[in-house]
Structures are given as C-alpha cells and as structure tokens.
Design a protein. Structure first.
Length: 221
C-alpha cells in the first residue's frame, strides 16, 4: 500500500526497470481509498527465482514508502477477481435480450479506457486527464496499471442525473482524453481493440500509416 498513486507508480517503474518481472501486477487507487494506492503483486516459477524477485520487489517498494497490505484483502482479491465478469455474464449476457437488459439496468454511463503511453508520460497524462474530466463533471472510479508501467487504465462514470441522456458529454470527454494520449506519444487502446466506437480516431492513431493500412485492407478485400 502506497501513500498516493504517484509514489506507488514510481515504485512500479523502478521494479520493472530493475528486471523484476511479476506474474501478477495490478496497481491502482479508488475514490474511497483516501488517496492511498494498492499494488497486488505475485511471482511464480522456481522457488529460488520467485523468492529473489519478491525480496527485490519488497526492497524497492520500501524505498517508496510502501507498506505491507492486509493478507485478508489479498485473499479476497484472488478469490473474487472474476466476480464482476461472472455477474455480467449471469445477469446480462445470459438474458434473452442482453442489449435491452444492459440499457434498463444502467443508471449511469460508464467508459473503461485503456491507453498505452511511455512510462515517463503516465503521471503527467493522469494529471491532465483529471483537469479535463473535472471540467466535464465526470468522475473517475479507478486509475490503474496492469502488467506493465506503460499500460494505463481508468474507469469513468457520468451519473444519469447530471446530464441529459442525449448528451454527448461523455463521448466528447473520451475523444478529448484519447486525443491527449496521441499527443503525448501514446495509443488509445492496448487491450480491447478499437471497434466501431473509436474508428473515427484511427487516422490520428496511425498517422501516415493509416493510408497504408487502408491499402492493405482494400487489397485483401
């Protein structure tokens, strides 16, 4: 557990720079955490190898004011890590008309963005996003890093009673923070792919390569 997101992020960067390679690296903070950020980390492999990496990780975390967390919280994390996906499968995907159930159950609009940035840019990007989203009255439920320091994610929520359901506020905010990622040397999704929703940003994502990709697609078609 770290005193704030920035401090813990620097610890993650240093660990990876020193060749510490965890099997699980899940780092982030949430609004109810009082500013603290939590790193879940584990190693697997030969016992001597895993122990050496674990010792090095603890040493580096200590340099950045990290302290051991509650083992019970670790156990809950491991046992419930698939709970949200299982609930989504059970309550929405397995229903007769998933799209209608999803709309009827949603009292807020949510976006989960995954950008890849040079690790040297992540903290500045986060600060700029905070200003953009605050101006648009959009709440960040979670800032997180998964697997690598360059893989940065954040969960956005716009409460239904703050904006008309026909508002483009959330969509415009998403475009703004993703364009910001482009301008800082990043890409707009390392995880789920672009799909139709973000296709209009592909020319900015690929730059001069966009025409090449189009030509390849046309040739295959």
């Amino acid at each position: 557990v770290f005193p704030d997101f920035e401090t813990g992020y620097r610890a993650v960067v240093e660990m990876l720079a020193h060749g510490v390679k965890p099997t699980v690296l899940d780092y982030g903070d949430e609004p109810e955490s009082d500013g603290e950020a939590t790193l879940f980390i584990s190693f697997e492999g030969f016992e001597a190898h895993a122990s050496a990496h674990w010792d090095q990780a603890k040493e580096i975390c200590g340099k950045f004011d990290g302290r051991p967390g509650d083992q019970n919280e670790v156990d809950r994390y491991w046992q419930t890590r698939h709970a949200s996906a299982e609930r989504y499968q059970r309550e929405i995907l397995d229903s007769s008309v998933p799209s209608e159930v999803r709309r009827s159950r949603s009292n807020y609009r949510m976006e989960y963005l995954h950008v890849a940035l040079p690790s040297s840019q992540v903290l500045e990007y986060r600060r700029r996003c905070q200003r953009i989203l605050s101006r648009r009255n959009i709440q960040v439920r979670e800032w997180s890093v998964w697997g690598r320091a360059e893989w940065f994610s954040f969960l956005l929520v716009e409460n239904g009673d703050t904006e008309s359901q026909s508002s483009n506020n959330m969509a415009d905010a998403v475009d703004e923070v993703l364009r910001l990622a482009h301008s800082m040397g990043g890409t707009m999704d390392y995880n789920h792919g672009v799909g139709l929703k973000l296709a209009h940003l592909m020319p900015e994502e690929l730059g001069t390569a966009y025409g090449v990709v189009q030509a390849i697609k046309n040739a295959l078609d």
